[in-house]
Ligand binder design. Sequence first.
Ligand code: 13P
Ligand code: SF4
Length: 399
Amino acid sequence: MTVTDLPEGVEPSPLMRLLIGRNEPDLRTERGVECPGDLPSPSDPDLVERARAAKAALGDQVFVLGHHYQRDEVIQFADVTGDSFKLAQQAAARPESHYVVFCGVHFMAESADILTAAHQQVVLPDLAAGCSMADMAAASQVEDCWDALVDADVADGVVPVSYMNSSADIKAFTGRHGGTICTSSNAKASLEWAFGKGEKVLFLPDQHLGRNTAVLQLGMSTDDCVLWDPHKPQGGLTTQQLRDARMILWRGHCSVHGRFSLDSVHEVRERIPGVNVLVHPECKHEVVTAADHVGSTEVIIQTLEAAPAGSAWALGTELNLVKRLAARHTDKQVVFLDRTVCFCSTMNRIDLPHLVWSLESLVEGRVVNRIRVDDDTAHWAKVALEQMLALPSSKARKD
Ligand code: 13P
Ligand code: SF4
């Protein structure tokens, strides 16, 4: 049996998908799909020249956005580089460009489609560039959670705050329930806004960003937070726990930032005396509390820029960015916090062959790997995204 053999109207659960397989692209999930085209060979010595020529031929027709975690071979072709907040802000900055080529992951391209004008088409060079964290919150699971909050008689006071790293469906859920999207650079302002509106926050899907922000920036205790496990009845929580909690954290995490451990902090301090440990807030709470500094991708970049020559830094974030910062700041010692190398495998899916293929296809008049969010989902997701863009800290941020 395959997914397409299921009776009409029956939605396969994530477990069913795993057991029975999937024989067609499923763009409603963050799951990867095969590249449908003829990719240039990675060993083609003309790839850089081909990308340059295709971009030049397209001129203002194309706008290329690149997340800081992208490979160097790709980021060199970005018109704008940034963290997920800046890229969301920038997505709509070039209405004259018919094509927005998003070098990042699927949820970012969805947000770009939601925020751009109707005549603009968003392309993700490799559809397999998903995000394992975004996959940890499926729309049906989140609806079940909300139903349980209604049954526990707490839903009226709950404001959803969803991390940018979530599917368009989750963003739409957030908009429908009067919540906001946040990124790692405005999580504090988002929570302050949400607590000005309700008594509790349902934070999706990154438990670590939610806990770190609530405890370290809003002064809550870890006891104010409970963890909703979507694989357990009523999230594995009692009704009383739901009533007492201020932060209901979804059990999701980033597989890249989640691998930094307390041991890696201790080990680097022994190896490099005087080292400054700077980590992303997607890291575990124990890692963040043991670090010297915590900050979003943009804060990490700015901190390194302001650091004095001769200082040493161990960075707990994605390796492409760490390598780029080490190459840029040769007057400082910049190392990866963990001894074992770890890129974000899905960010890394966007490579030069995929970029060349998508740009050359556009030159030939073919839009490949278009990311399109349906109108109703896009409407409600936009409500939540615009709420984020209207936060005072978002307006103040200049890049
Ligand atoms: P930011 O770009 O918001 O720092 O997010 C980090 C990340 O994990 C992106 O996938
Ligand atoms: Fe997702 Fe983590 Fe990769 Fe970002 S770094 S895309 S959160 S898996």
